[in-house]
Structures are given as C-alpha cells and as structure tokens.
Design a protein around this ligand. Sequence first.
Ligand SMILES: Cc1cc2nc3c(=O)[nH]c(=O)nc-3n(C[C@H](O)[C@H](O)[C@H](O)COP(=O)(O)OP(=O)(O)OC[C@H]3O[C@@H](n4cnc5c(N)ncnc54)[C@H](O)[C@@H]3O)c2cc1C
Length: 394
Amino acid sequence: MGVWVEFELCNGCRRCLKVCPYEAVAIKDDKAVILEHCTVCGACIEVCRQEAIKSDVAERRIPDFSDYRGVWVLAEARGGELDPVTLELLGAAQLLAQDLGQEVGVILPGKNIAEPAPLLARFGAVKICLIEDDLLEPYRVETYAEVVAGVVTEYKPEILLVGATSRGRELAPRLARRLKAGLTADCTALTIDPDEKILLQTRPAFGGNIMATIASRYSRPQMATVRPGVMQPCECDGNRAEIINVSVNISESPVLAASKVLEIVRQARRQVRLSEAKVIVAGGRGTGGATGFKLIEKLAAEFGGEVAGTRIAVEEGWVPVERQVGQTGQSVRPELYIACGISGAVQHRAGMQNSRYIIAINKDPGAPIFAVADWGIVGDLHQIIPEMITQINS
Ligand SMILES: Cc1cc2nc3c(=O)[nH]c(=O)nc-3n(C[C@H](O)[C@H](O)[C@H](O)COP(=O)(O)OP(=O)(O)OC[C@H]3O[C@@H](n4cnc5c(N)ncnc54)[C@H](O)[C@@H]3O)c2cc1C
C-alpha cells in the first residue's frame, strides 16, 4: 500500500507538501493526499506533527557495521614503482582516519612489491597488505578484482579509496559489484560527517554545474575513486607499519582467463604527468589557434614548465588530449598555473583551482577565471605573453 494519509488526523498544514522532493503530495479539500509517483522516501512522515501520514513499508535500517574499521587505500604500482596517486590518497586517508580515530591501511597487489612498502609507511600507512603472485603480472582487471575483493572481505576496511587512473577506473566498479558496496567516482573532496561518522564524497554532477555530496549509508566499505592531483600527500613520523603478506590462491579459472595479455606494446611518446608539474601554462580558445599556442609553449619553456589546454583547445587540435585540464581531463595542483585566454568554466576550474598560485590573462575583465586567480591581467595575451617573456629575461 505504501504511504497514505489518515484524513481525520490531517489538519492541512502543508508541511508534507513542502518537504516532498518528488512533488508527490497534493492538498485536496484541505487534506493532504499522496500521489501515485510517491517513492516512499518518508520525508512527509517525518515532518507530520499530526502523525497523520502512515506507511506500511518497513523502515530501511542501517546494518551493524561495527566490525568494519580503517581507512584503506588501494595502491598502484608498476614495475615495483608506486603511482604518485597512491601517496596522494594516503594523504586524504590520514585526515579521514584522524577524524574517525582509526588506522590507515593499504592493499598493494602485484609482483616485486616489497620495495615500496617503507614509502607507504612514511606516507601514513599503518597496515600494509602485500598481495604478491606471478599471476598479478601483467595486470589484468579480472585477477586484481578477484584478489583485492578477497582481502577487503577478510580485513573489512570501513573506507576504501582508489585512484581514478585508467586501472582504478576499471577496477573500482568491479570491486564494488563483488563487495555489494556503493562507489562514488571522481571525487574532488572527502570528509567525515561529524554526526553520523560516515564518508561524505563530493564530486561534480550534471556536467559540472553542481557539486553533489554522496554518502553510502547502507553498505561497507564506503568506496570512492579520486583523480590524480586532487589530494595532497603528507609525510608523517611513522616509519613502521605492520606488513601482512597475503597469500592468495588464484589460478587460471575460466573467469580469470576471460582475458589474456598476449603482448605489451609501449607507445614511444613522452609521458605527460601534468599532476607532477611545478609550473603549467595553459591556453584556451583565446589563443586563437596553433600559432597562439606557440606563445604558450615559449612561456612554459621560460619556467621549465608544462603546456596544457582547455577542452576547446583539445577539440580544436591545438594541444593533445593528455594535456587537457579539467573535469574530463587531468586535475593539477602546480605551484604556478598561468591561464591564458581561458574563460574559467566550472569544468575547467574543477581541474586547476587547487593550484598554489594562479595567474589569469584574459581580455574580458568579467571572465570567471579571475574569481580563482591570485593575479589577473586584463588584456590581449598576444601582447602580454611576449612582454612577460621580455621581463623575465631582462
Ligand atoms: C561534461 C563537460 C565536461 C567538460 N570538461 C572540461 C574539461 O575537462 N576541461 C575544460 O577545459 N573544459 C571542459 N568542458 C568545457 C567547458 O564547459 C568550457 O566550454 C571550456 O572550458 C571553455 O574553454 P575556453 O576557456 O578555452 O573557451 P571559452 O569559454 O570560449 O573562453 C575563451 C576566453 O578567451 C578570452 N580571450 C579571447 N581572446 C583573447 C585574447 N586575445 N587574449 C586574452 N583572452 C582572450 C575570452 O575573453 C574568453 O574568456 C566540459 C564541458 C562539459 C559539458
């Protein structure tokens, strides 16, 4: 039956009407009526002082998660070398663990992985689960999902953070499915709710026009992926961590044999790690084209920095896609970000607004980029950049 109104108790106060997020309450003859598209969210029941709104749907209860503890990071390593996102996630995990009064843990699957363990401890890990097996090299998502899910099921972390790298993006949803847990992708902020002590996961939604904060109340672990460059690593005093060598029993079962790596072909191109650059000079539509981008390159060279661009600049073919900054590109946090001919759309700002210092050059004084800039230069970049280069060299 769902939700209904006991008319003799209803005084037509309209509180239910105001709180219903689905506009599924109407007032008829001064009494509330529940409409067909009610989702039984219960908001109206909570505000009804007359206790006139009833429901026969069992209240959804939060299961007992008291045996889940710890803020854990799924580490990523290639050839024994840690991906920088792992240390960034550890920085976030330390803050969350502090708020919860819990410990930071790490799961590191792979081959030859003992070497990075001391580094993980230096950056906050107190418990390190090493899963070493020949079948974990080369990387295959099926194998990793299987073994990591096994460790999470055994050790029950309350929170599991995964890097939103190409590996993390394919691995995290598979893990969430196996663990029957909620997952929030591409988070830009993570905090602990002071009352409920649950993870609040913030990410851009609806094309970046709003920031949505999501909580996974009914499942554990609370899982989130975070883009490289968003969080900050934090070295700590603790040099000792409990190392647990997890033995796994993986074999070439039909599920694991779903894919086979026949050959690894490495692309001979310079790897762009914008997230590690100290100085980034970025160009947008205002550069006017590839020739305008030469100026961006010259300015970047003056600082020994990297060149980046907006999505428009990428779509126009002025800069390669791996250099796009923003919501659908990379998140960066350099010491200095110089935005040239960039309007500062929310989707672009999402990827660069955490830079230490931002200089914006734009001929429109009302451009939104100036709202996040430490220094704003209003003018034509074709005049300003050559002048900047002259000043630097004088
Ligand atoms: C789902 C979604 C995801 C997106 N993801 C991204 C993303 O990851 N990264 C991203 O960048 N965008 C992204 N976008 C696109 C974003 O909304 C903007 O369209 C884009 O960032 C605008 O790029 P721009 O600043 O180069 O161009 P414009 O918005 O056209 O701005 C050009 C600026 O240059 C200035 N200008 C013009 N000539 C000069 C000159 N001679 N000298 C100085 N200034 C000048 C203008 O005043 C203007 O402010 C996304 C959009 C959507 C819907």
